[in-house]
Design a protein around this ligand. Sequence first.
Ligand code: ATP
Ligand code: SF4
Ligand code: MG
Length: 314
Amino acid sequence: MKKLLNVRNVVVGNEEIKILREISFEVNEKEIVSIVGESGCGKSMTLKTIIKLLPKNLEILSGEIYFDGIEIVKYDAMEKIRGKEIGMIFQEPSSYLNPLFTIGNQVEEAIKEKIEKKEKKERVIKILKEMGLSSNVYYQYPHQLSGGMQQRAMIAMSLINNPKLLLADEPTTALDLTTAFGIIDLLKNLVTKYNLSIIFVTHDISLAKYISDKILVMYAGIIVEKGPSNLVYTNPLHPYTQKLINCLPEKYKKGERIKTIEGQVPSLKDLPEGCPFSPRCEYKKKICENYIPGEIKIEERNVRCFKYGNFMES
Ligand SMILES: Nc1ncnc2c1ncn2[C@@H]1O[C@H](COP(=O)(O)OP(=O)(O)OP(=O)(O)O)[C@@H](O)[C@H]1O
Ligand code: SF4
Ligand SMILES: [Mg+2]
């Protein structure tokens, strides 16, 4: 499988705070990779780093990002890549669609190629249909569409220039379950139809398992576990991944009280010195409080935890 994106040891932050700490992962062609973790762990920042749209006070402090042969961190023509080679969709499509213009008009505006108006219209109607919308949507305004239809229109807009990579930041969180699964199945089908790779951000590890080939589990700006979705889900190695899975409602019988992960995600300004998960971890030993675990490869998995690699005995 050909590598499309290769993120190597990326650190994002400033002098006071580190938002992403030494993150590394790869996305192959036609692969869906999910990023999972609680609120504030750095999922959206990872996507913003890839397209270099970070808030003004934050920067990429070190590391490399290779996308389709280009090293992005040093690259200074991101406008050639954003919206063209890399598309993006978000949680609230209504915030990104202009209420004053028709869907047809907005999707046409997104076309980067210089083509005739007639050809633009044909292209837009074709993609709207491929997204499961009727051609009538071309003439409609965002408020005339349901949340699911708006998201389909956003996906059409993000794919109109045939990107190689789609960044999807919780695109189904605001939708009801049935509508959400419609969007998830649509995204899955796009992979082969459009030769697309997708990075899918979600809080829900069971949804991540359903949609993706690989899962990255993030905690406090660190990727604590990554590997094939099935393995991560059925045999989680990191204590944080184990807790995320144990808290899923489907793991409980009717009437049984659902456990939550005790404690809170630490503030990035006030992180523990060692493993960031140590205040919430039942396996914690002395070494965990003093050092941040490095990445260990276990078969197809990478995990950052001292439980693995005989560190606990030292
Ligand atoms: N401009 C900024 N300066 C400093 N810290 C920031 C800034 N923007 C965001 N952060 C912090 O970066 C961390 C990661 O944020 P991010 O938006 O990536 O979280 P997330 O995993 O996407 O969470 P959610 O699930 O709530 O969307 C958070 O702790 C957040 O408070
Ligand atoms: S390194 Fe230690 S504290 Fe951190 S998750 Fe592993 S066992 Fe728990
Ligand atoms: Mg987010």
